[in-house]
Design a protein around this ligand. Structure first.
Ligand code: SAM
Length: 267
């Protein structure tokens, strides 16, 4: 690790207008799981981004970082990919002060919103990276450095032609699994049934991971994928207490929509 500062101080926005992501390939061979969006940040998001990111932002750079040095202690390190507006991220960090959380989010207003929560709750165990998770995991996180990975409600990319943009793909899952310590956990959740089946399938094929609950048989999983239905399929985990229900999820559940948790462990 070189002596360059880890802190992210450059705001990716100007006059409230932000630009993020890139369409299609990034020139390094991977398809982005997000698209360029232009929009406005609220004044508060802008202010908190500028005030907090120099203190708690972890800037992207193409070299390994020492997370124990970043947090100043040798406690479990949990990565969250796609924090959105950060409510869940902040709640989990607040409820688990003995673990350290590294949240990644490309959406700049979301990062501003999470900065506000970190300031208001005075959280010292949560840091943010405002960069593509694929590059951060690939370039910055050492093998075996994580005790857990959260991927909650990743963009479902509903249309068949967009499925290649989904985050949970074999290559990225293999990379993520390599960053887990033995016994570390990989937790995905989604409210999109087809993506839930993909998560179970892709994580189930990663040989360094094992399902935390009974795995479906290969025949049952193949039949479920063919039918595009999870009905009666084993392999999904009950929602653990540490993942709080979101307002959006609560409303969906009341309307009878499903939510699936997929939790694997590193062998
Ligand atoms: C549907 S939202 C879910 C947000 C949050 N986890 C929740 O449960 O409400 C998915 C988020 O993932 C972010 N995202 C997608 N691809 C990403 C990537 N490669 N790196 C970092 N964030 C990403 C998006 O910007 C978006 O905010």
């Amino acid at each position: 690790m070189s002596g360059a500062p880890l802190i992210q101080s450059s705001a990716a926005h100007d006059d409230g207008v932000y630009i993020e992501g890139r369409e299609g390939h990034d020139g390094h061979g991977h398809i982005k799981s997000f698209v360029r969006r232009a929009g406005r940040m609220s004044d508060a998001q802008h202010r908190y981004f500028d005030d907090m990111m120099p203190k708690i932002g972890i800037a992207y750079r193409p070299e390994n970082i020492d997370l124990n040095a970043v947090f100043g202690r040798d406690n479990p390190k949990i990565l969250e990919i796609g924090c959105g507006m950060g409510e869940t991220t902040a709640k989990i960090a607040e409820a688990n002060p003995d673990s350290d959380y590294f949240g990644l989010e490309v959406h700049v207003p979301g990062v501003g919103a999470l900065c506000k929560l970190i300031a208001e709750k005075n959280l010292s165990n949560l840091r943010i990276g405002n960069h593509d998770a694929v590059e951060v995991v690939r370039d910055m996180l050492p093998e075996g450095s994580l005790s857990g990975i959260h991927v909650f409600f990743p963009d479902p990319w509903h249309k068949t032609r967009h499925k290649k943009r989904r985050l949970i793909q074999p290559h990225f899952v293999e990379l993520l699994a390599s960053r887990l310590k033995p016994g570390g956990y990989f937790h995905c959740a989604t409210d999109w049934e087809n993506y839930a089946l993909q998560m179970l399938d892709v994580l189930g094929r990663e040989t360094s991971l094992q399902n935390s609950v009974a795995n479906p048989t290969a025949e049952a999983l193949a039949a479920a994928l063919e039918a595009d239905s999870s009905a009666g399929l084993a392999g999904f985990a009950p929602r653990p207490e540490y993942r709080p229900l979101t307002k959006f999820e609560n409303r969906g559940l009341r309307l009878g929509h499903g939510v699936w948790d997929v939790i694997f462990e590193k062998k």
